[in-house]
Design a protein around this ligand. Structure first.
Ligand SMILES: [Ca+2]
Length: 272
């Protein structure tokens, strides 16, 4: 770590946000680092906002890798309307009751019925850095497994649910994510006020895996250089950034989302 040698104005000593998204090859890792908690007792709060300018369906766990201790309090939020409104996705704390007046839960306690519940977990906040203890996750696969089975062998069951349950589809869908770092790791009950430069956030990597949401009406999603954003290449006589409506002159029946299930059980729901 560069505790006392960080300097945003010097290339070799700077830790800009881009270093959370570069390719992590061999050591040494590259990381972003916040300023330290010199304004204590004012909270040290930092937001990291990821915007796709496009609706994205998450397909795998979100993984943050910390080079500092993992935060004692953190909130992951999502937006479905390009950052206009935000809702919590998951709360993280060493003490959920104290931090958010929520009972601690783990993803393993969720059931098909409670899958959409927003929980506070204490799984990713404990302790200082240990070699295998640096990540904070949002568990997409464990939630998929509630329908598809532990090794995701029954995806048809999950797809069937996604076809029929809009809330479930929306749960895994985002246009933006916001990571709200609310309290850095202190490793103790008391903050050492004589050593405030010890406390900061540092993240080496953020992994988000997903695919463009095209409402099952497209096989490809391409980056439009002119518009500067991703867009679906719509088929089935649909149009719009997410293929979310029928093309002109194809309103023979109402637009409908395609199907995750293959034909014959699913249907393409072509606009006619
Ligand atoms: Ca990095």
């Amino acid at each position: 770590m560069c505790n006392n040698e960080c300097d945003a104005s010097t290339d070799e000593l700077a830790h800009p946000p881009e270093l959370m998204f570069d390719f992590e090859g061999r050591n040494p890792t590259t990381f972003w680092q916040s300023s330290s908690w010199n304004t204590f007792p004012k909270p040290l709060e930092v937001n990291i906002t990821l915007s796709w300018n496009k609706t994205i369906e998450l397909t795998d766990d979100i993984i943050l890798t910390f080079e500092s201790g993992r935060p004692e309090q953190m909130l992951l939020e999502k937006s479905l309307d390009y950052g206009k409104t935000w809702t919590p996705y998951q709360f993280y704390a060493t003490d959920c009751l104290d931090a958010f007046t929520m009972e601690p839960k783990t993803v393993n306690e969720l059931t098909q019925r409670t899958l959409l519940d927003i929980i506070c977990t204490e799984d990713y906040s404990r302790g200082y850095v240990w070699k295998y203890d640096k990540t904070v996750r949002f568990e997409i696969k464990d939630r998929f497994a509630l329908f598809a089975g532990p090794r995701l062998h029954n995806m048809a069951s999950l797809y069937g649910q996604l076809d029929t349950t809009r809330n479930l589809r929306d749960f895994f869908t985002v246009t933006d994510l916001r990571i709200r770092l609310l309290k850095p790791a202190t490793g103790a009950t008391m903050v050492d006020e004589n050593n405030l430069s010890r406390y900061f956030y540092a993240i080496s990597d953020i992994k988000v895996q997903g695919r463009c949401k095209c409402n099952l009406h497209s096989n490809s999603c391409v980056f439009d250089k002119d518009k500067g954003k991703l867009g679906c290449e719509c088929e089935h006589n649909t149009t719009g950034p997410d293929c979310g409506r029928c093309k002109r002159h194809y309103h023979g029946r109402p637009w409908s989302v395609g199907s995750y299930l293959p034909i014959p059980r699913g249907t393409a729901n072509i606009c006619e």
